[in-house]
Ligand binder design. Structure first.
Ligand code: HEM
Length: 530
């Protein structure tokens, strides 16, 4: 009886199931057709799956290495699809220049970053702002105090910080921390009018914490970044907002607090300088705190990491250091430290610093841009909204442009001083602090090599002193990629070196106020000359 009764029901259920299956198959066929049709027009790349794209195909650790391998397979431009996002990878300098520089009117935005950009920083963070009025407002202010001419007015402060740095290595070999003190103190003094004498100050620890939070937040896969509509849910349904609020409050309070202190300090600083520019009126008070706060954080970490890479190169390549030392001594002699004027007469030094940048870029994955209009390149479709990655590592390892690319070879930049490198990024978003960054590299590298024989550090194993391991390829996997901690020894090159370093540091102008006043006077002259 039951069976008889259920027969029509079963038939009807089978019909429904059949219809659902047909509908599902048809939808799947349409989705697949549309996905593969879209995929075919993009630059080449792994085919991936409809809906997911290549979500499962990019390794989490050191992804720039996998990207470089993919360039070998697919060519200098390839694409991947991650859910709704299309990412185009550029693996040669020429292609990055063609798109990110020559077509910068549409390649200068940033990919949407819901968690970091919107939830944590509430749309205020300079580095990830979309291309538009707010970003231009930030850039105009930063451009006024970071132009090449203005950057050269900061040399006296760099000279003092650098003299402290080289003298510190007489007593300390914790070079990671010493470089961070140098970079933080330099940028903090310019931005807020106060030097950081030990590197242990609250203002240094604060920025370290913020950068640490940011690096972690950047590499975490937040569901709201994959599904941005979730951000419209009521707050109690958005658990990520609790973290975002804590981190956001912390950075806002920190940036406001350090800016408040700056107004009352005597002499020049960026916080005071921007208030003299009419462009500041277009921005809110919080935005002004971010313009300066973000410049401080951008300047502190990058220079530190690049000096760490220099130390790695020095330890691994004493033969190149010997050539550099010879050039420095030819220009300077052995009775005093090199000055900025000396560095201008040192072509091998300039080549050496460029090779440090190229050999191990500290932002190896590059800083992604986004394209704001549909475009076509080499016959490929570049869809509006795609993320465009000029991969610094991939470009640095391009064998055509840099033969034997893993080799540390400053001579390549000596042979061709115009040989480009990608370390500072591209186009309108290119690093605006590059002139200060470069001056820091030139003065510190020349002085460290003049003063010290930089060797591998030591470990004591079973009571015996053995050379510590230093890995050519041991780097942190993250947005920032400094070398993993390693040991180096800074041995004075001659008995008189300690006395010279201490004397030069003691004789340098120590008054931050006097230096900042001179910077202000020099800038006034430059501004009047305009
Ligand atoms: C060796 C040191 C440095 C390196 C390697 C470096 C690298 C970079 C890179 C790759 C970008 C992104 C470029 C792009 O999107 O294409 C950038 C942006 C930026 N850098 Fe640097 N930088 C350094 C030093 C500095 C210094 C000393 C400052 C400030 C004093 C600074 C301030 C900035 C700012 C404000 C941005 C944001 C630009 C924007 O997107 O609006 N940088 N930097």
């Amino acid at each position: 009886m039951d069976i008889l009764l259920n027969k029509p029901m079963l038939a009807s259920a089978a019909r429904v199931a059949g219809t659902l299956l047909a509908a599902f198959t048809l939808t799947a066929a349409i989705v697949s057709y549309r996905y593969y049709a879209f995929r075919r027009r993009l630059p080449p790349g792994p085919a991936g799956l409809p809906l997911l794209g290549n979500l499962l195909e990019m390794p989490k650790s050191h992804p720039w290495l996998a990207q470089t391998e993919m360039h070998a397979k697919y060519g200098p431009i390839f694409s991947m699809v991650f859910g709704q996002s299309t990412v185009i990878f550029l693996g040669t300098y020429d292609i990055a220049r063609e798109l990110l520089e020559k077509r910068s009117n549409i390649y200068s935005s940033r990919p949407r970053s819901v968690m970091v950009g919107e939830c944590i920083s509430d749309g205020n963070r300079s580095l990830i702002l979309p291309y538009g009025e707010q970003w231009r407002g930030y850039r105009r202010l930063q451009g006024a105090f970071l132009s090449p001419r203005m950057s050269n007015t900061y040399r006296e402060l760099q000279d003092l910080e650098s003299k402290q740095l080289v003298a510190e290595f007489l007593e300390h070999d914790d070079f990671f921390k010493r470089f961070h003190r140098y970079s933080s103190s330099l940028t903090f003094a310019l931005a807020y009018g106060k030097r950081m004498l030990t590197g242990l100050e609250h203002e240094v620890k604060g920025v370290e914490r913020i950068m640490d939070n940011l690096n972690k937040a950047f590499i975490t896969n937040w569901i709201v970044d994959s599904l941005p509509f979730l951000n419209h849910l009521p707050t109690f349904l958005k658990p990520w907002m609790k973290i975002a609020k804590e981190l956001g409050d912390e950075e806002r309070e920190f940036f406001n607090e350090i800016r408040n202190g700056a107004g009352a300090r005597p002499g020049y600083n960026w916080c005071k300088d921007i208030l003299t520019m009419k462009e500041h009126k277009a921005l809110t008070d919080t935005q002004l705190s971010y313009v300066i706060g973000n410049t401080y954080e951008a300047g502190a970490d990058t220079t530190t990491m690049t000096l760490q890479v220099f130390t790695l190169a020095a330890v691994l390549h004493p033969e190149k250091i010997a050539i550099l030392k010879e050039e420095i001594e030819r220009v300077v002699g052995r009775t005093r430290l090199p000055t900025f004027n000396d560095t201008e007469k040192m072509p091998y030094l300039a080549a050496f610093v460029k090779e440090v940048h190229r050999w191990r870029p500290v932002l190896p994955g590059g800083v992604p841009h986004a394209v704001t209009a549909d475009d076509e390149y080499m016959g490929y479709h570049i869809p509006k909204g795609a993320t465009i990655v000029g991969g610094h590592w991939a470009i640095s390892m391009d064998k055509e442009m840099y033969p034997d690319p893993d080799k540390f070879e400053p001579e390549r930049f000596l042979k061709d001083p115009d040989l480009p490198y990608s370390q500072f990024g591209f186009g309108r978003r290119k690093c605006i602090g590059q002139y200060i960054g470069n001056n820091s590299m030139l003065i510190n590298v020349s002085r460290l090599v003049w003063a010290y024989d930089i060797r591998r550090g030591w470990d004591v194993i079973d009571g015996k002193k053995v050379e510590a391991h230093v890995g050519r390829h041991d780097f942190v996997s993250g947005f920032n990629s400094p070398p993993l901690p390693f040991k180096a020894a800074f041995i004075p090159r001659a008995p008189e070196v300690p006395e010279i370093l201490r004397r030069e540091f003691a004789e340098a102008e120590q008054s931050t106020q006097a230096i900042l006043e001179r910077i202000e006077a020099a800038q006034q002259i430059l501004k009047q000359g305009n």
